[in-house]
Write a protein that binds this ligand. Structure first.
Ligand code: N7H
Length: 490
């Protein structure tokens, strides 16, 4: 029987995703904890729940169905706190997640971010704002800048920002915008994004073929399936952990790498060979079509078809040492290895590794000048955001033990016993997000389907450069009312 969820208690970005053409993340410090607990009572009615998101999405669907012009004016608000923020509010309960408790800045070295040792401490090469303590983030999404800015002004006013009685101060804010025109659903390297997220029991009632359903407790804390439920306080129910990463993308450099290293196959032009290399690094064509279904040629019709575009599982490929359809280290395979782990010999349950991704792009389109110079001159990338009931099991594990680990997923299956076809195969780094602190050679194996044993070496500089981030907890509406609006200040 499917779980019953109280959607009016769950913040909207977690399950439904705030509908957005633009989104502003407003990072703040709590300057007056006592006043904050009063001000927050006025913010709670503005917070958009998962129930409201489902209604808003119906309105948008109807607007499109009736082919009405423009977009439905809309804005949606969510709120989250870091561990430092909870402490500042005098909330001392242990949320049973070591990554959250330590904060992302102290995790940066383990995540493989580049940085320096200063006074015996690792300092990541992040933007200055993210080297400061961040207590919380309010994020506002909407149909246009005007809708978002108005809502954000209203929120700042509630907290007295800029006045003598402010309870928060801004650390920084970052504006994300979906890309323009026909690339609107594509990230900056050009690939369609937001295709594959798990279906959550009790919310996504009709999963698409190939979309695994997971218990809500893999995403929502203290819900059915949460492995750490017993260690968490009651007020954590219906919350979730948010991982935010400020990821810059070096698009001209990525394009140059593809242009310089086309896959050579009979019948392919140089340009098609470059396109194929890109698809094999990601695991999908730019259209979104999965290479495990269509390995050598893009299929835009398949890409558009939600009944088919996620219906692949790498079945039997890993134990047969077969990378002809998809390299073991392709981004979508490293970050969700499907039957590589869920099939024989491991038959593992990896539901606790699933995350729900809700990113948005930032920065301008690549200019002609940048294309010619093959060098980034303007900052752009992804405001990566994902939800899970555990950062340790979810984002942190995926980044460290999968994307950054050259031996994964081969090491997972060979740990069960020798698999002759995999003798000596080292899949390499996830070419999109795999990193090793900015030092050492990064290779990837299996990019050429006709010669799947050769390695290619990735450039020293990663194509994706982290410049900040934090781990947050997103409390339920009930928790905001009972715990935060009445929290005693430290
Ligand atoms: Fe990734 N990209 O454009 O190459 N990602 N990602 N990601 N990602 C996915 O299936 C990308 C990042 C996951 O279920 C797609 O929706 C870029 C981080 C997971 O099959 C594309 C960046 C982490 C999936 C990209 C980036 C993940 C996934 C295919 C950074 C976690 C689902 C579209 C700038 C540590 C896998 C889709 C599945 C898919 C790209 C970051 C994880 C195109 C550019 C940091 C779990």
């Amino acid at each position: 029987m499917s779980t019953q969820l109280d959607l009016s208690n769950i913040q909207g970005d977690i399950l439904g995703g705030l509908p957005k053409k633009t989104e502003t993340y407003y990072f703040f410090q709590i300057s007056d904890a006592h006043r904050f607990t009063t001000n927050i009572a006025d913010l709670i009615p503005l917070i958009t729940t998962s129930q409201q998101i489902s209604k808003d999405r119906e309105v948008i669907k109807e607007h499109k169905r009736q082919k009405k012009p423009g977009m439905v004016p809309m804005s949606a608000v969510n709120l989250a706190f870091s561990q430092v923020g909870l402490t500042k509010l005098g909330i001392t309960d242990d949320l049973a997640d070591t990554a959250f408790a330590a904060g992302q800045r102290s995790d940066a070295q383990n995540l493989g971010d580049a940085g320096q040792q200063k006074d015996g401490k690792f300092v990541p090469d992040w933007e200055a704002a993210f080297l400061k303590d961040i207590h919380g983030v309010v994020f506002v999404a909407g149909d246009c800048h005007d809708s978002v800015n108005k809502k954000l002004d209203q929120i700042k006013h509630l907290f007295g920002v800029g006045t003598g009685h402010a309870s928060i101060v801004e650390v920084t804010h970052i504006l994300g915008d979906v890309r323009p025109g026909h690339v609107s659903a594509h990230e900056h390297f050009g690939f369609l994004d937001g295709i594959s997220n798990p279906a959550v029991d009790g919310f996504d009632l009709k999963p698409f073929p190939g979309q695994d359903s997971i218990k809500p407790g893999n995403i929502l804390t203290k819900q059915d399936g949460d492995r750490r439920a017993a260690q968490r306080p009651d007020w954590a129910r219906d919350g979730s952990f948010l991982t935010f990463r400020y990821l810059f993308q070096l698009v001209p450099e990525f394009d140059k790498f593809l242009a310089d290293n086309p896959i050579v196959l009979p019948g392919l032009t140089r340009e098609e060979g470059s396109e194929l290399l890109g698809a094999r690094l990601v695991g999908r064509w730019k259209s979104g079509a999965p290479i495990d279904i269509t390995p050598l040629k893009d299929d835009p019709e398949l890409a558009k078809d939600s009944q088919r575009n996620n219906d692949f599982d790498f079945k039997g490929e890993l134990i047969n040492g077969d990378q002809t359809r998809c390299p073991f280290a392709a981004h979508v395979r490293k970050t969700y290895p499907r039957e590589d782990l869920e099939g024989p010999p491991l038959n593992a349950n990896i539901d606790n590794r699933r995350i729900i991704r809700r990113g948005i792009q930032f920065g301008p389109e690549v200019t002609q000048q940048e294309k010619q110079a093959q060098k980034t001159q303007h900052g752009r990338g992804l405001l990566f955001a994902c939800y899970s009931a555990s950062i340790e099991d979810g984002f942190q594990f995926i980044q460290e033990s999968w994307a950054n680990s050259p031996n994964f997923p081969v090491n997972a299956v060979t740990s069960q016993g020798p698999i002759p076809q995999l003798n000596g195969v080292v899949p390499g780094f996830d070419a999109i997000i795999g990193q090793n602190g900015g030092g050492g050679i990064r290779q990837i194996n299996g990019t050429n389907p006709s010669d799947p044993t050769t390695n290619i070496t990735l450039p020293d500089a990663t194509f994706v450069v982290p410049k900040g981030g934090e781990y947050f907890f997103v409390p339920s509406i009930a928790a905001l009312k009972s715990k935060f609006a009445s929290a005693s200040s430290a």
